[in-house]
Design a protein around this ligand. Structure first.
Ligand code: FAD
Length: 390
């Protein structure tokens, strides 16, 4: 089949994955129709760090200006001991940026989402269309939505997130999410240098807990608190400050200042999960992309970046192959190991950060005290350079 007007993709989900897939396919002259379940987008996290591999993908997809608009000035990185507040390590990220050839961009999630949709054309996205079922023939794919409507296209990119419906269709069975053992509270506050320097990603660590602030645009810190906790504890906005004060009661003054500054009404509480890596990511003319294909804990900040990488690779596969099945099979082969690696790397990092093996975590704290930045940046650069754009 030739491309251009004769090929039409159905994209499910207007998250980072769906929007970037549409951008990548558009570059190949493929018509895309995007269907999003919700009427109004409400991302689960306040912000994300788009690492240099993700920023390269945004540039490649023609959306680099969004990174310029939203990226915070994160020029340094530091770990502080949570209880005393003492600096364990502090270093410039300039050598990392020089090595990988691009900066990282911490960005507001809601702003990123909104700007990606506006870049595409909000009026062209079909909101309020929740995928319920998928069928395919040798030449087409049909999506059925919960409102009873249907749409048929030549192929489907299912970017319907961590709870993907399409995943079950592709694999032929349901996949359970795995609780990663900790709760994450996140949100945005105005930058206050009593908490941390305005141009630095600062983390406070102790007892398997973590507090982080990262600068995003418009003088705001993206903050998060991680606490290892059982699944299913009651959630109540009215107790957020008390809960955090309790979990961090002996911690250093900057952490107390941060807890005081947060707005419980806009603070998210998330029980962190991932999904055991699986394959394939593709069944005939239906491909999983983003969290639908690889749901990870946020411990290395790569879930959204991986979705952007998926999209770039998808575009590359259609640039090389005219046959839909071959292009999607090539996409599967190019992505399956990379995304497995990222999910497992994040899981391993999660276990160390959150004290699941206390001696390993203590050894990491000890290592941080003699870290010059070289070791941490080596790890970051390996992850970044493993992406499709190097
Ligand atoms: P989603 O963003 O979940 O989007 C899926 C879309 O599909 C949604 O809009 C949803 O409404 C829609 N949808 C769902 N079901 C259906 C259906 N049946 N029919 C139609 N539409 C449907 N990543 C990073 O790169 N860096 C970070 O620093 C980072 N930090 C994170 C911190 C936290 C606390 C969390 C939870 C995640 C973090 N991530 C980070 C991961 C990142 O948020 C995700 O990997 C990314 O949002 C995945 O994008 P997606 O489009 O695949 O899925």
């Amino acid at each position: 089949m030739s491309k251009g007007n004769t090929m039409k993709a159905i994209i499910i989900g207007a998250g980072i994955g769906g929007m970037s897939a549409a951008a990548a396919l558009k570059q190949q002259g493929i018509e895309c129709e995007i269907f999003e379940a919700v009427k109004e987008m409400k991302p689960v996290g306040a912000a994300i760090s788009v690492w240099s591999n993700g920023v390269k993908c945004m540039n490649h997809l023609g959306m680099g200006s969004i990174m310029d608009n939203l990226g915070g000035p994160m020029h340094k990185m530091a770990y502080n001991e949570g209880i005393s507040g003492a600096t364990m390590t502090q270093f410039s990220l300039a050598p990392l940026v020089a090595e990988v050839g691009e900066r990282p961009c911490p960005v507001s999630r809601a702003d990123l989402q909104a700007q990606m949709i506006d870049w595409w054309g909000r009026e062209k996205v079909h909101f309020g269309k929740r995928l319920e079922a998928v069928t395919q023939t040798d030449t087409s794919v049909t999506a059925t939505f919960t409102d009873g409507s249907m749409v048929t296209g030549d192929f489907m990119i299912a970017a319907d997130g961590a709870h993907s419906i399409a995943r079950e269709y592709v694999l032929g069975h349901k996949v359970e999410r795995r609780y990663a053992g900790y709760v994450n509270w996140n949100g945005l506050v105005e930058i206050d240098e009593a908490i941390a320097p305005a141009d630095q990603w600062t983390m406070f660590v102790a007892d398997g807990k973590r507090v982080s602030v990262m600068p995003i645009a418009d003088n705001r810190f993206y903050f998060f608190f991680d606490v290892p906790l059982p699944l299913g504890l009651p959630q109540d906005r009215s107790t957020v400050k008390n809960d955090l004060t309790g979990y961090f009661q002996d911690w250093a003054q900057p952490v107390q200042t941060l807890i005081n500054a947060i707005d419980p009404e806009t603070t998210n509480r998330i029980e962190i999960h991932d999904v055991e890596p699986f394959k394939p990511l593709v069944k005939g003319r239906v491909a999983l992309l983003g969290d639908a294909g690889h749901s990870t804990t946020p411990d290395i900040g790569q879930g959204g970046c991986a979705a952007l990488e998926d999209a770039v690779v998808l575009g590359q596969c259609f640039a090389e192959e005219d046959s839909i099945e071959l292009a999607l099979a090539e996409y599967n082969d190019a992505r399956v190991d990379r995304v497995k690696d990222l999910v497992l790397k994040a899981r391993a990092r999660c276990d160390v950060t959150h004290g699941y093996h206390p001696e390993t975590t203590q050894a990491w704290y000890d290592e941080l005290r003699s870290e010059t930045g070289e070791g941490i940046m080596k790890g970051l650069s390996k992850t970044i350079l493993g992406g499709p754009l190097g």
